[in-house]
Write a protein that binds this ligand. Sequence first.
Ligand code: ZN
Ligand code: FE
Length: 253
Amino acid sequence: MEMLIIPARRDNYIYALRDPESDRVAVIDPAEAGPVIREVERHGWQIGVVLNTHHHDDHIAGDLQIKSRYRCPVVGATSDRARMPEVDRGVEPGDHFQFGSEMIEVIGTPGHTRSHLSFYFPQTGVVFCGDTLFSLGCGRLFEGTAEQMWASLLRLRALPSETQVCCAHEYTLANARFALTLEPENPALLARIEHAQRQRDHGAPTVPTTIAEECATNPFLRADEPSMAQVLGMTGASPARIFAELRHRKDHF
Ligand code: ZN
Ligand code: FE
């Protein structure tokens, strides 16, 4: 699969993925249509399907324009179709659907919103997780509970460690400042921040990241590590409670 990372709005990333075997192109979370159409057509690609991870405007606002231009279906959560008017093909957690030569797996990742989905491409080894898992962070809990979000993060963490994680926002350096308050001496974290800073200095995206990198550095994926409980003074507390405390502190950081 070939991938384009298209920056949009203030800090959104829209992804376009092309299956060279079938020439099919999927676009994930079009925050706006203009930059997607420009970039995709510059490469001579035709969009075949749009995937929406959740209903927020900065993930679906480009749906209608893309759909009318390419006559392509829009895929999104069945249970949230009322809030995603352009979805013509509802899917649910656990569903599989064919995209070109690859079978895509729908992973339920509620927490940021109640019906948030992630789209996993097992052959390519890439997951589009919207606003669930971010580089060094995770999405805010707008509709779900900490327990739900922690379970969602565990589902993503269970993917093969080399899986590329395509998040929908450029938040790495902002998240890094919070992560550093918890683990100021984590060598993997320090190395990543230095690398991310260089990438941003050159205007390059810090995504995709990988599950392995996040496991080593992202505090929200490490809520079940005894060292994290110790840092928070919560030794013995459940991972979900540790996660809730991390999320709470980040919200007020
Ligand atoms: Zn969102
Ligand atoms: Fe968003």
